[in-house]
Design a protein around this ligand. Structure first.
Ligand code: ATP
Length: 227
């Protein structure tokens, strides 16, 4: 589903954040992306959201070359992405319901569908009873779960999560990872950038490790879970 061929990313100013990355991720895989601070994890995710373009090499998703997409194609592509941000990026003056409904409103979905799908997403993350709350009234873990509900409400083909357990305690982190595993179990491809090596080691998924912008993993590892 995802293929990086000799991808490098050099930011303005000359710093090379990613160097000649080649790997692929199959449809339906769940993969962790690890590495020290500054290793390039967020840059890699930004290439996948098409916020950044590679300086050289090719990023393909479902055989489409992201760098060749026009604005309309990128907008269409992003509708199939669910992005979870470390700092949630919730609308603090809107209810939990409104936050989760936002991607469906933007996509012009029918109001009855929006209600049904927002409730289903909130139920999935265990926050149905909080739909009228404002994010500020929720704990950090609950806010993170609202961010996850917002990312999955449009049933994305691909979930990209940047440090989704960044500030959470170990129990909440495990719960959040279990949620991603549930989405993966129904066929969604999931990529999670995380520093939490202990947690990752306990889970049985492929790990791509970045070190100073280079991939330490086998470039073309077997598909699916590794034992
Ligand atoms: N917009 C930018 N302009 C210039 N340099 C950048 C930019 N964004 C990131 N970098 C640099 O690229 C390198 C990789 O950054 P990136 O955010 O991808 O790392 P990361 O692995 O996600 O780090 P962290 O775990 O701390 O979030 C860092 O050295 C960073 O300073």
């Amino acid at each position: 589903m995802i293929r990086f061929d000799q991808v490098s990313k050099r930011y303005d100013g000359g710093f090379e954040a990613l160097s000649s990355l080649s790997f692929q991720i199959e449809r339906g895989e769940m993969v962790f992306l690890t590495g020290h601070s500054g290793a390039g994890k967020s840059t890699l995710l930004r290439l996948l959201t098409a916020i950044e373009k590679p300086s050289s090499g090719h990023v393909r998703v479902a055989n489409a070359l992201l760098a060749k997409m026009n604005r309309r194609e990128i907008a269409f592509y992003r509708r199939k992405l669910g992005v979870v941000h470390q700092d949630h990026l919730l609308l603090m003056d809107h209810s939990v319901y409104d936050n989760v409904a936002q991607p469906l409103l933007v996509a012009g979905e029918h109001p009855a569908d929006i209600k049904r799908r927002v409730h289903a997403a909130l139920d999935k993350v265990g926050l149905l009873s909080r739909e009228k709350f404002k994010p500020i009234q929720l704990s950090g873990g609950e806010q993170q779960r609202v961010g996850i509900a917002r990312a999955v409400v449009k049933k994305p083909d691909l979930i990209l999560a940047d440090e989704p357990t960044g500030n959470l305690d170990p129990t909440l982190s495990r719960d959040i990872m279990a949620l991603f595993a549930q989405f993966n179990a129904i066929g969604t491809t999931v990529i999670i950038a995380s520093h939490d090596l202990g947690l990752i080691a306990r889970l049985n998924y492929r790990v791509l490790s970045l070190h100073q912008g280079k991939l330490l993993d086998t470039p073309f590892a077997p598909t699916g879970r590794q034992s």
